[in-house]
Design a protein around this ligand. Sequence first.
Ligand SMILES: [Zn+2]
Ligand SMILES: [Zn+2]
Length: 228
Amino acid sequence: MAAGLLDLLLPQRCVGCGLQGAQICGTCLGALPRLGGPRCERCCAPTAWPVRRCRECAGRRLAFARARSAVAYDEVVRRFFHAWKERGLRHLCVAAADVTAAALEPPSEPLVFVPPDPERRRGRGHHPAEALGQELAVRWNLPVLALLSRAGGGARQRGLTLPERRANVRGAFSAARSPAAVVLVDDVYTTGATANATASALRRAGARRVEVVTFARAVRGYTVTTKA
Ligand SMILES: [Zn+2]
Ligand SMILES: [Zn+2]
């Protein structure tokens, strides 16, 4: 409620350039760094030429068949996420879904979303991954299934090293009985640890093929400041 109300009351300023009038202006939306170039077929990391596995995902046991993302996580995308998640600006979720649907071939399997951290959900009053899943479901004309839940524990990922992140999320999720093929939606792909842990839970629950779709993806070489 509070987030939606603030959305109406606060003057709208573009998260990219500060221009008044919209939460993100057309120019900044158009300039978000699309991951349209050569990339890894498996994990969507940008590469010099198209590859089936890359340095980032080779040698890892991945529970998902492939991951696809629309934009690289750069400084503007970081601010976009901050405004979307912490201030609950709904138009940014719509923009994220528009960009994602325009960038990716539509899937044909039901969508599932990464479940919220209950504490964060209480704090925010909304859940970005679920909202993005709902918006994409409308565009792709697919059902959304709430199959995943947190098994408990699972401290926040932020500030953890890569091995710590992987250990932290292992076993952190459980899933209700899953169809044979599903598409997992999350707002951002960082190390793939969450995607992998949730895909594992879906596989244990009967999924034979899990694809991952996210709006943004962390990419080496894009500088992002830690604080606004
Ligand atoms: Zn702008
Ligand atoms: Zn890869």
